[in-house]
Design a protein around this ligand. Structure first.
Ligand SMILES: [Zn+2]
Length: 54
């Protein structure tokens, strides 16, 4: 799995998430898979970090 597969986009109209994979399957165009709106915000998946506290 590449980093790209982890990319998520959030639709600014309906607020739902569309994954990069979904966009790729739909021809690679930025478009909400739920409402069809074309303005999506890039989201970063939460990165789990281990922080030493001792
Ligand atoms: Zn939408």
């Amino acid at each position: 799995m590449s980093e790209k597969d982890e990319l998520m986009y959030k639709c600014i109209r309906c607020g739902r998430d569309t994954s990069y994979k979904e966009l790729e399957m739909r021809g690679g165009r930025i478009k909400c898979s739920h409402c069809g709106y074309r303005v999506l915000q890039k989201k970063r998946p939460p990165i789990v970090r281990r922080i030493k506290t001792d």
